[in-house]
Design a protein around this ligand. Structure first.
Ligand SMILES: Cc1cc2nc3c(=O)[nH]c(=O)nc-3n(C[C@H](O)[C@H](O)[C@H](O)COP(=O)(O)OP(=O)(O)OC[C@H]3O[C@@H](n4cnc5c(N)ncnc54)[C@H](O)[C@@H]3O)c2cc1C
Length: 360
């Protein structure tokens, strides 16, 4: 009998698995190894100032602090270099109007701690290969999380505790005080079950009475190679070009609503090229293109908690565009709940969200 069966080995499932395992829990992970799972295609950017309105990302300092601690301890356990690294980032303005919006925000809101050097338009401060028509600023405390390496290494850590299969929801059963999953070959039993199933939570019949309001958003990204673009900074403007070494850059991402597939498209490629060329002014070649579905919520709040009608069934999801930033805090909440019966974070707690976001 497992203490917990985790369904989904994206960042949510694996960060939680690592913390549960570290807390001495006996766990099993089940995942169907989708190569286009959101965590497999994510760019890994952790950005303190987001959007056209230059908002400080929700509870950024708190989540980043906890994330740095946990990711550093995972890297140490794995004898790996850091999974989460700070990186210099340039945020360029779209036009003069955006600079005015930014300046007003800078005066009135608490974004100054994340703003470094002011960048004037032109090539005095930035390399000629960067299209700097309206200036911008350096973002401080931007980080990049290496999703691919973390997933691969963690998958290996749990190689004896992962089942590679899809769990059909009707094969999950509640029996006298425990959960049973029929995988086709065998029945597996767990005291608790935890869904970390990414965007598929929106199709999960076990969660259908939870009033979860998803707003799933497709994203396409690509890896390019460019000899001329400097590898020192992330360049961003609602879209980021992130250096990943050997003159390669991850470029992410498009936002496509109403398209629930993980297939890269010609339309996506066109959009990616437009965005790349709006930020850089030099030769490049596209090496690969990928697509995934972000598990985004209408209210942009991730969710966490126990199903009110099914004792021992837990869920953690809705990480949207910020999986790397949110996952450690959310997993920690679950650990504290199991170990100390501590209440969940009120803003993420599914039962409190149900009341707050109820449709009247
Ligand atoms: C193009 C793109 C760019 C992004 N860029 C960033 C970024 O720069 N920074 C950032 O932090 N985030 C980014 N994100 C968002 C990030 O990818 C998500 O927030 C995060 O990966 C969600 O993780 P998850 O574990 O909840 O879901 P997923 O990664 O989707 O993992 C869920 C897993 O569960 C498996 N699964 C589901 N149901 C079952 C079942 N019944 N049986 C077996 N297995 C099942 C799935 O196959 C999958 O492997 C991006 C997303 C996209 C699409």
């Amino acid at each position: 009998m497992f203490d917990c069966i985790i369904i989904g080995a994206g960042i949510a499932g694996l960060v939680t698995a690592r913390m549960m395992s570290g807390a001495g829990m006996n766990i099993l992970i089940i995942d169907d190894s989708q190569k286009n799972a959101a965590s497999r295609v994510a760019a890994g950017l952790v950005n303190p100032i987001t959007g056209k309105r230059f908002q400080v990302s929700w509870r950024f300092a708190e989540f980043l602090h906890l994330g740095m601690m946990h990711y550093a301890s995972f890297a140490e356990e794995d004898s790996q270099e850091a999974y989460l690294k700070q990186q210099s980032m340039i945020r360029l303005f779209v036009d003069e109007k955006e600079r005015v919006v930014f300046n007003a925000k800078y005066e009135t809101l608490n974004i100054a701690e994340f703003v470094g050097e002011n960048l004037e338009p032109g090539t005095d401060q930035l390399d000629i290969s960067i299209r700097n028509e309206h200036g911008g600023f350096r973002t401080l405390q931007a980080h990049v999380f290496d999703y691919g390496r973390f997933l691969d290494v963690s998958g290996n850590v749990f190689r004896n505790n992962i089942l590679n299969t899809f769990v059909a929801p009707h094969h999950i059963e509640s029996k006298d005080g425990y959960w049973s999953i029929n995988t086709g070959n065998e029945s597996i039993h767990g005291r608790t079950i935890l869904f970390c199933d990414g965007w598929l939570a929106s199709r999960n019949p076990w969660l259908s009475d939870m009033n979860l309001q998803f707003d799933i958003v497709k994203g396409e990204s690509c890896i390019i190679r460019s000899i001329d673009l400097p590898e020192t900074d992330i360049i961003s403007r609602g879209f980021a070009i992130i250096p990943i070494g050997k003159h390669q850059f991850r470029c992410a991402a498009t936002f496509q609503w109403n398209e629930i597939t993980t297939i890269p498209t010609a339309f996506g490629a066109e959009r990616l090229m437009q965005r790349i060329q709006s930020l850089m002014n030099c030769e490049y070649e596209i090496l690969e293109q990928s697509a995934g579905l972000r598990p985004t919520m209408l209210h942009h709040m991730p969710f966490l908690g126990e199903h009110p009608n099914h004792k021992g069934m837990f869920m953690l999801g809705g990480l949207g565009t910020k999986g790397a930033l949110y996952a450690p805090h959310m997993a920690q909440q679950l650990i504290d709940y199991f170990a100390k019966c501590k209440q969940f974070d009120g803003e993420m707690d599914i039962s409190q969200q149900q009341r707050r976001f109820a449709i009247h």
